[in-house]
Write a protein that binds this ligand. Sequence first.
Ligand code: IPE
Ligand code: IPE
Ligand code: MG
Length: 246
Amino acid sequence: MVTGALASLENGAPQVPKHVAIIMDGNGRWATRNGVSRSKGHRKGAEAVREAIEGAINCGVSYLTLYAFSSENWNRPPDEVKDLMGLLHMYLKKEVRTLSKEGVRLQVIGRRDALGRDIRSLIEKAEKDTRQNSRLNLVIALSYGAREEILFACRKIAKEVADGSLSPADIDEHTISKALYTQEIPDPDLIIRTSGEQRLSNFLLWQAAYAELSFLPALWPDFTRQMFADTVLEFQSRDRRYGARP
Ligand code: IPE
Ligand code: IPE
Ligand code: MG
């Protein structure tokens, strides 16, 4: 049971973040520390996803984005990439029914054409089967890179300019936001990264303009719903100024 942070959230404390995004980092170090294979570390990491989902639901968060595999992670050794894709495949196959029962809507952002056909069709099915759900929007960033996302948005917009349907003078921030994978998703209020690393690693660069950042020392497989609630509670004490004077 989650204590402390959740109790005060239930009492109607202000500013529950609408969108929390997590960089799930540290599976490899967890494996080394526990004397097991990296593959086992990733399996434990996949189990910790449940903690994040429960944490988000308990806290009343509407959007939870999980960074599962970056564009750059394709550069890892082929065996590790295969392991990670196998886990994703299993997750999509096994968890979607549970998620759907819980009222979770699943969406995937990232470069789909880089993924295998079987994973792509599981994603399409999961998105279709959970489309009506609204308790929590779970967004999985898969084969995702923010620079690539911005690059594709630029191409899309350039095409509209070239075919005459858009004038350069009419391009504004909204045009760009709507051309990103996250077109229907609000910007993250809070980005959490586990494992002690303090960087974004090409995650939501455009959308993170005014996100609050929280770096946790825990390795991802050790992440708990209590950590989620504690981080949300700490977020609530922050003063978000957006460049204006308080
Ligand atoms: C996060 O754990 C999982 C992915 C990036 C896919 P890592 O595999 O990056 O673990 P560390 O950073 O090596 O500990
Ligand atoms: C970021 O972690 C990507 C994911 C968590 C999916 P990495 O482990 O790939 O990031 P770097 O290499 O430490 O920056
Ligand atoms: Mg890492």
